[in-house]
Design a protein around this ligand. Structure first.
Ligand code: SME
Length: 173
């Protein structure tokens, strides 16, 4: 985390050094390592280093549903149909969704009522979404352009580490 910060709604939000986070993950990830272990460490590292969030995890695409994968935070919904909620919409569109006010998002699925804003990054390999990274915050409009670009960058590093194993990524854990 860098020393710079910004004031938002009386909350001091520290900016995250996503490049450093990517390097830390790359050092943790080993091409031969178990995918479940690698995914669990990816999630744990991000959750430890990104401030002012209350949930962070992976939903894995299985058929036409997203299934809960490794995560940090309160217990969450176990399946989300593609096309529903923020996660399912991101998976369907293959686009990052940054939602400043989740209650204003039609179809938002509330797993933790404390969540107010959300950032969902689709994980894509060979042009196909195989999972999403979901990050929730108890603060409205918590996520900035920098968070979006950074989360997309660390997600690409994670995908590259998985691709290095040269095993199919559909239903990868
Ligand atoms: N809010 C998400 C559901 C997952 S939880 O936030 C952990 C959604 O609308 O897809």
């Amino acid at each position: 985390m860098s020393a710079t910060s910004r004031r938002f709604c009386q909350v001091e939000i520290m900016t995250v050094d996503y490049k450093m986070l990517g390097k830390q993950f790359a050092a943790l990830a080993d091409a031969d390592e178990n995918r479940l272990a690698m995914s669990a460490n990816f999630v744990a590292l991000l959750y430890a280093e990104i401030p002012d969030i209350n949930w962070l995890g992976l939903y894995i695409l299985r058929g036409d549903k997203l299934v809960l994968g490794p995560f940090q935070g309160l217990p969450a919904c176990t399946t989300i149909p593609v096309g529903q909620g923020v996660c399912g919409t991101s998976a369907e569109k293959g686009e990052t969704l940054r939602i400043d006010d989740v209650h204003a998002f039609d179809g938002h699925i509330a797993c933790d009522p404390a969540s107010k804003s959300e950032l969902v990054v689709p994980l894509i390999s060979d042009g196909r979404v195989f999972a999403v990274l979901d990050i929730d915050s108890p603060y409205g409009a918590r996520f900035t352009d920098q968070d979006q670009v950074g989360a997309e960058e660390v997600s690409r590093i994670f995908v590259t580490a998985l691709e290095a194993q040269q095993k199919p990524l559909d239903e990868f854990i």
